[in-house]
Design a protein around this ligand. Sequence first.
Ligand code: SF4
Length: 87
Amino acid sequence: MKKYRVEYDRESCIGALTCIQEDPENWKLDEEDMRADLKESKKDASKQGYFIKEITEKELPIYLKAAQSCPVNVIHIIDLNTGEELI
Ligand code: SF4
């Protein structure tokens, strides 16, 4: 099955919250710093401020929707089979 990785540059999030509106199952507001948290993600050890999460092909559309809604493009999705950055 195809796998994808969400790469979220949390430090650059401006708290516009459209990702949460699009997909409240996977994104939630951190009321302390008013940025979005990607649920069940882990810190990316290689990139300061980034959080990553592996997702399946079935989950891809809903994550794409959230990523496309982000006004500052801080949510990226990589196809792990090809290395292509979808967004
Ligand atoms: S849409 Fe983008 S800027 Fe807005 S909360 Fe989500 S990640 Fe942050």
